[in-house]
Design a protein around this ligand. Structure first.
Ligand SMILES: *[C@@H]1O[C@H](CO)[C@@H](O)[C@H](O)[C@H]1NC(C)=O
Ligand SMILES: *[C@@H]1O[C@H](CO)[C@@H](O)[C@H](O)[C@H]1NC(C)=O
Ligand SMILES: *[C@@H]1O[C@H](CO)[C@@H](O)[C@H](O)[C@H]1NC(C)=O
Length: 474
């Protein structure tokens, strides 16, 4: 090599090295950030003696959560006002949002059929014991279903934390809870679970904070604290929507506490994953199990769907309190806003149905239970603030998308869900993606829509975890 060539090669090598370093800075793996496990979210100042506070506040109390007749009558009256709804445009079903003709039908049913049965709905909702305890200054609500010794015999027994999202609630999980917890009724079933189902902070009966900054990562800290308080040091996680993101953060920040993380909205929005997603679109056949290409491609369809359906997201991430004000004390608007999501996110084609296809996959009572939970607890604004906190500078700076998650991970994809990620993208973060499945039926609210399918998928995942890792039954 001539000296000139040598120089050029040397310069190229240095340049290449610097470029690699630069790109790596932009999208390489990052170490996990450390979060304060005692960060204070309560209204009052943080107690000086935190240890004493913990002793005082860690009591777990049962809660009946009954609502007085006056609240129920008042709601019925509100639902009995003459609605000045604007009729839908000619030939329009749900394409412009919740169809107002159908909304009137829902309200009539709610007022005349559902509300007179509210006390029996209450019995249904309270079939699981509701508990509260205080975590980092906030009252947190949860179910904690334990298993009697007799029912454990001959079974593998684990705790599982079920995490809901927006605009859902613990109500989404009722059928799934039975399957996980009452599996002793089926002799052939090898599994039984302690099932812990919290309401996310600011959702339903879990108190919202009065301080800025309680995003998904901070919720992960609180939920882990809840699990530790209840005596669960190692547990499975199952979640969709925010529950999937918060569950991922628990798995990422506290791998020692997580036996396995199972998601029905697995995602990875890191820059590297996004580039991979776009590149994979050039040769879909290479990256997708054959027959499932339509889960991911064409990307143009995904993009236009996102444009049409993500308005709520931007609104809640930027002005949650304004949209919150329009929905608070407005049960009809609240129902329209929440139930529109149960239509479109279940199946996008339901937008062309005059009733949004809502009753195709759900019972109207179950959907109204969920709306009632938001209404009675007045939690729509606090629930929507999670979007704003998730996109704060502080939260984005944590860059959790780029922190590898090492715990065994399972991904169940439902065709009707709002977004889909390739294994190729997920493996970028989830280094032990040991379970990856596809379902043609079912959408975003899989736990509520297809509980049995989700249950079976979760069990398959648990089996794989048991097979690959030595995990201890409770
Ligand atoms: C704990 O409770 C006791 C008795 O109610 C009270 O006097 C004390 O101030 C509490 N301490 C903290 C740190 O909350
Ligand atoms: C609704 O209002 C109408 C007319 O005022 C009344 O006759 C009816 O009893 C009310 N229904 C309920 C459920 O309050
Ligand atoms: C959505 O609805 C259409 C029309 O009823 C149906 O063909 C399709 O399978 C449904 N998709 C899902 C994910 O359930």
């Amino acid at each position: 090599m001539s000296p000139i060539t040598r120089l050029v090669v040397l310069l190229l090598a240095i340049g290449g090295g610097m470029l690699y370093k630069r790109v790596n800075q932009l999208w390489g793996d990052l170490p996990a950030p450390t979060l304060d496990p005692q960060e204070w979210w309560g209204d009052e100042a943080k107690p000086k003696d935190y240890a004493a506070y913990l002793v005082n506040s860690s009591e777990v109390v049962g809660n009946r959560l009954l609502y007085p007749e006056s609240t129920i009558e008042d709601l019925t009256k509100r639902l009995n006002r003459t609605l000045r709804l604007t009729p839908p445009l000619e030939g329009v079903a749900f394409e412009y949002g919740f169809n107002s003709d159908y909304l009137q039908e829902v309200v009539d049913y709610w007022r005349d059929d559902y509300m007179p049965r509210w006390r029996s709905r209450e019995v249904f909702l309270w079939q699981f014991n509701h508990y509260t305890t205080e975590i980092q200054g906030l009252r947190m609500h949860f179910f904690n279903l334990m298993v009697y010794d007799d029912n454990k015999v001959g079974k593998a027994h684990y705790p599982v934390l079920l995490l809901h999202g927006w605009p859902g609630s613990v109500r989404e999980f009722y059928d799934l809870i039975h399957m996980l917890h009452q599996s002793h009724l089926d002799k052939n079933n090898k599994y039984i679970f302690n099932v812990i189902v919290p309401s996310l902070p600011g959702y339903a009966w879990s108190q919202g904070t009065s301080r800025k900054g309680l995003g998904p990562a901070e919720m992960a800290v609180m939920l882990r604290n809840l699990m530790l308080r209840l005596g669960y040091n190692k547990f499975f996680i199952q979640g969709g929507d925010w529950g999937s993101i918060i569950g991922s953060h628990i798995a990422t920040l506290y791998p020692d506490n997580v036996l396995g993380y199972h998601s029905n909205m697995c995602n990875n929005l890191s820059p590297r994953s996004q580039v991979k997603g776009v590149l994979a679109g050039l040769w879909p056949g290479l990256f997708v199990p054959s027959g499932f290409e339509d889960f991911f491609f064409p990307k143009s369809r995904e993009f236009s769907y996102l444009m049409e359906e993500s308005g709520y997201f931007h609104l809640q991430a930027t002005k949650p309190d304004t949209i919150g004000a329009t929905l608070t004390d407005n049960p009809v608007g609240l129902a329209a806003y929440i139930l529109e999501k149960f239509s479109t996110w279940t199946n996008a084609t339901y937008r062309s149905l005059p009733d949004g296809g809502l009753k195709k996959r759900y019972k109207l009572d179950a959907l109204l239970d969920n709306v009632m939970i938001y209404y009675l607890t007045n939690s729509i604004t606090t629930s929507q603030r999670l979007y704003a906190e998730a996109y704060s500078k502080e939260q984005l700076d944590l860059k959790l998308d780029r922190v590898p998650t090492l715990v065994p991970t399972g991904c169940a994809r439902f065709k009707g869900d709002v977004m889909q990620f390739l294994d190729l993208q997920l493996q970028d973060k989830y280094k032990n993606l040991i379970h990856s499945t596809y379902y043609r039926r079912g959408g975003h609210f899989a736990a509520m829509e297809v509980p049995k399918v989700l249950y079976m998928d979760f069990i398959e995942f648990v089996k794989k975890v048991e097979h690959k890792y030595k995990i201890k039954s409770l």
